[in-house]
Design a protein around this ligand. Structure first.
Ligand code: DON
Length: 310
């Protein structure tokens, strides 16, 4: 399982993966958020951060893109820290759905979303974050994601507005949850905080560091700051393992075998506990909404280094 010394051949291997999977023409950029449709589908970045704070990168590793659903496990962690596991579990389940990320599937009768990684659950989780106002809640989320990345993250206002203008499906899910008594509060405000959370800009190096913070038991290996308790890291990684890759979660665990989360702007973060964090970025997505090059690269990294946890 060991990946070798920090100054080993990792950079060369990332370059090799970049050269190997860069030319693929498979996949499509997301267009249901209109602003994402203008992304260059050929962009491809790869990054690793190790527990001792070494970073390795190849390709478009410094290109910023919106975090989208990769924010979900981190904001779930914040809600767990704010509210405790029992309260959060009573509001949002943890069962894998086998459905798409934007499925309008809720528990019958209660309207409880099935897990925090699908949009329904993430909207509810975002509403559970402490804060006197929606702006306070968002600022806590932004600060929290920044602590994982080890730098101040900002919002892509264009992407935020684009989703705000077109995100009727998420608003519909939120109204259904509120109608069933599962969600409380102002739906427009809750959706705005969630859309803003999704529009936070990161690079794949940031995702590698955010993943490495989880891999390192909650201590950011660059800043050496504890962001999350060891106990909550375990909870978050559990949900990432079972639900992080939506209707591809089973195949992902079979092939790659580490907890991960993807986003529709093309990011993937994957966590190898005790060893490293992986961040990839490439906007062309497969049918289940995962970055084509990111999945190929993670598969190959896992095979080559024997990263599979089980
Ligand atoms: O709510 C949405 O649809 C987007 N803001 C995020 C979805 C997403 O990233 C799904 N992941 N692959």
């Amino acid at each position: 399982m060991s990946i070798g010394p920090p100054n080993g051949p990792l950079s060369r291997i990332l370059d090799e993966l970049h050269a190997r999977f860069g030319p693929t023409t498979d996949g499509q950029v997301a267009s249901y958020i209109p602003e994402l449709a203008s992304a260059d589908p050929t962009l491809f970045g790869l990054a690793l951060t190790t527990m001792d704070g070494f970073g390795y990168a190849s390709g478009a590793a410094a290109t910023e893109f919106t975090i989208q659903s990769v924010s979900k496990p981190f904001v779930y962690a914040l809600a767990l820290a704010d509210r405790g596991m029992d309260e959060v579990l009573s509001r949002v389940g943890v069962e894998p759905t086998g459905d798409a990320f934007n499925a309008i599937t809720l528990e019958p009768d209660t309207g409880r979303p099935l897990n925090p990684m699908v949009n329904a659950g993430a909207l509810l989780v975002s509403s559970l974050v402490d804060g006197a106002t929606a702006a306070d809640r968002f600022e806590r989320i932004r600060g929290w994601l920044s602590a994982f990345a080890g730098r101040e993250l900002r919002v892509d206002e264009k992407v935020f507005r684009s989703e705000q203008l077109t995100g009727d499906r998420n608003r519909a899910i939120a109204y259904l949850m509120r109608n069933a008594g599962a969600l409380s509060g102002d739906v427009d405000e809750i959706c705005s905080v969630y859309f803003r959370q999704c529009a936070v800009m990161v690079t794949c190096e940031d995702l590698a560091t955010m993943a490495a913070t989880l891999a390192n038991g909650g201590v950011n290996p660059l800043t050496r700051r504890r962001v999350l308790s060891d106990e909550l890291v375990g909870r978050v990684l559990t949900v990432m393992t079972t639900c992080g890759m939506y209707d591809h979660a089973g195949e992902w665990m079979l092939r790659v075998g580490v907890p991960a989360k993807s986003g529709v702007a093309g990011g993937i973060c994957a966590v190898l506990p005790g060893q490293l964090g992986i961040g990839t970025f490439s906007p062309a997505l497969d049918a289940t909404g995962h970055s084509v090059r990111g999945v190929l690269a993670c598969n190959e990294l896992s095979t080559r280094f024997g990263l599979h946890l089980l």
